[in-house]
Every structure is written in C-alpha cells, then in structure tokens.
Design a protein. Structure first.
Length: 385
C-alpha cells in the first residue's frame, strides 16, 4: 500500500485550494458590486457618474424622483444642462479645477423638469486608474433647499420688518396730502365734472390717488404682524368659497372660468386661521392666475388632504408660465413683470401663508403650459376624526 505523505496531500489539494480561493474572491467581488449598487440606488441624496467631459453616464433614483426627468432624458446630457444659468457659469469655472484637484464642492441650483429650482451642495471626485487616467467622475449632491428657504425666510422677515418701519413712518405724511388731493378732486367734479374738457383729467387724478392709496395699504398690510392669538378654528372650505365669491366681484373674473374641486364642508378639516387674511391671500392668487392666462382659459382651484397633519391647496392656470430665471424672485417685494403693478401681491400672500404656519411654492406645469401655486397649511389640532 502506497504511503501518503503530508507533502503529497498538499500537492493534491493545492489546485482545489486555489479554485476555492478564486471562488471566494469572485463571490466577494460580486457581493461588493451588489452592495455598492444597492447603496447607489437607495440613498436619498443625488448621485451621478460622469465621464471626463461631464456627460452623465448614470444617476440614482433620487435624481429622477426629485427632478422629474426620465433616464432617457437625462443620460447623455452634460450635467451643466440641468443647472440654472448662474450655476452653469460656476460649472464652467470649477469643472477644470475638479479634473486637476480631484475633489471640489460648490453650492449650485438644479432646474427640475417643471422649472422648480432645487438648491444642492455639490461635491465632485474623480476616480483614476493605475496610470492616472480618469475612469469616471462621481458627483454627490445634498439637497439643501429647505435650509436655503429657512435662511431666505429670515432675510425676508428682516426686509419686511424694515419695510414696515418705513411704511409706518411715511404713511401718515403721505395719506394726509392724498386725502387732500382726493377731496379737492371730488369738489372739482361737482363744479366742472360735466365738462368733457376737464373730466378726463379729473378722472386721471382720482385714479392715480387711488393707486397710491392702495400702495400704502399694501405696504402697511405687508408690515402688519399676524398674531396666532387672533386665530380661530375655521372651515377651509368656507374660506375658499368666500374668496371665490370675492373674486366674482372682480372685473377680471368675467373673462375666466373657475373649476372648483372641493371636498364637502362636513368632511374637510378645519384650520387655525384669520379668515379674512386667508381670503385675501387666495383672492390675490386667483387674480394673479387670471392676469397671466389668456381670456376664457380655465383656472383650477383644488383642495386635497396631504396627510393627517396638513392640507394642500392648488391653484392651477394654463397661461404663459414663469421664466425660469424669475421663479426665485416672484415673492420679492416690488418684483413684477406686469405693467401698472407694484409687485406686492405675492409678497403679501406669502407673508399671510407663512404667518399661518404654512408654505407656498410656485412652479411651472409639467407638461406646459401654465403654472401651479401650491399651498400647505397645518390642520387644526393636527388630526382628522
């Protein structure tokens, strides 16, 4: 019988050991790939793989879900194509730096498919082979939109506070001369108002005085605090109906049809609110939608439950929409693209909604045309029975 030595056993088992080692290596590589793929797809932050020219090779689901683009639409694009114009300039300056220094971080703005702007902290890192050649570029983006909104809200509050101090300081001095001019104009109407030669001038004076009076009232409204201690439980359905009735008294309402999608009052939750101020906010939005829509175009006014804590209101028009470069400025005081407007309506509306603990957004419809105003308000007692 042949005697088997340990050396012979080692020689016979060596190929098997090599095969098992290779198998374990393959399993490890396969598992690592699965883990990395899972992490790439399930992370809630935005991840991109780019080539050295900045062309998008792969994105994770979070990018698609947040921006509204499909893979077919976004793959093959240069990543700068989904940036705002200002962020495209940052990309042009910083991308060459990234290729040399391997890591770079900047705040940039992404433009979603519907025109909404998403603020992100963007970090890029290059991956090279053993020869130093770029294989691909990894881009990681952290959504900081809510943080930027909070910062902007604080800045807006400071602006409004300053504006309120200014308005309160000059209101008395301005109103007295305006009232005098108006009184004199009314007296002139009594004496010479029937004379066609003077009537047109008197009407013009009265119209301009009314405009200045409205401006002063809007400034004071914008600066006037809205105290939660004055809120009461109110039916949101009733508030919306009241706003629509007020809207029907406006001349512009005759040129547009309002489609109402409201749940019955008895099943819809209440909100803690100053009813008259919310009516004013909704009226401003309805008027704004009509002013930016062709005649006879329908306006949709929709109420829906978001969850057990919030209700959402949508006002949807199918007009010209808002240029992307203006979307971030529409709530700024005195920002307007309409002739004869002071640009305070949306600022006042935002002030009212946020004073009620809510949020307001404006974005272009996808697909076009038109835009949507989305409002979220907290439900009274945060519960639905």
């Amino acid at each position: 019988m042949e005697k088997i030595s340990l050396h012979m056993i080692y020689i016979k088992l060596k190929p098997e050991r090599k095969r098992l080692k290779e198998k374990r290596k393959n399993i490890t590589q396969r598992d690592s790939y699965k883990i990395l793929t899972s992490l790439f797809d399930t992370t809630t932050d935005f991840l991109y793989l780019l080539d050295e020219r900045g062309t998008i090779l792969k994105v994770n689901r979070a990018v698609l879900n947040r921006t509204g683009y499909t893979e077919e639409e976004i793959l093959g694009l240069s990543i700068e194509k989904i940036f705002s114009p200002a962020s495209q300039e940052i990309f042009a300056q910083k991308f060459p730096v990234l290729l040399k220094n391997k890591v770079n971080s900047e705040e940039v703005d992404i433009v979603c498919k519907n025109g909404e702007i998403v603020n992100v902290l963007c970090t890029g890192s290059i991956v090279c082979d053993d020869y130093g050649d770029i294989i691909y570029i990894i881009v990681y983006q952290k959504d900081i939109t809510n943080l930027k909104r909070s910062e902007e809200k604080l800045r807006q509050m400071d602006k409004i506070k300053l504006l309120g101090q200014l308005a309160a300081g000059v209101a008395h001095e301005v109103r007295n001369p305006l009232n005098s001019i108006l009184a004199i104009t009314e007296a002139l109407f009594q004496d010479i108002g029937d004379n066609p030669e003077y009537k047109i001038f008197l009407e013009h004076i009265k119209k301009q005085v009314d405009r200045l009076s409205k401006l002063m009232n809007d400034l004071l409204d914008l600066a006037r605090p809205i105290y939660p201690s004055n809120f009461h439980k109110e039916s949101l359905y009733t508030i919306c109906k009241a706003a629509i009735n007020l809207f029907k008294e406006e001349g512009v309402s005759q040129k547009h049809k309002i489609n109402l999608f409201l749940s019955p009052e008895k099943t819809f939750p209440e909100v803690m609110a100053d009813s008259s101020r919310l009516q004013q906010a909704f009226l401003n939005l309805l008027k704004n939608s009509c002013q930016n829509s062709p005649e006879d175009e329908e306006i949709e006014f929709i109420l829906s439950l978001h969850d057990r804590k919030f209700v959402k209101i949508f006002i949807v028009d199918h007009g010209i929409g808002i240029p992307i470069e203006n979307l971030q400025n529409v709530f700024d005081p005195f920002f307007t693209t309409q002739k004869g407007s002071y640009g305070l309506g949306l600022s006042l509306t935002k002030h009212i909604i946020e004073s009620h603990g809510g949020e307001i957004l404006i974005y272009n419809n996808n697909p076009p045309p038109g835009c949507t105003v989305e409002i979220m308000l907290p439900i009274a007692n945060e519960e639905i029975k």
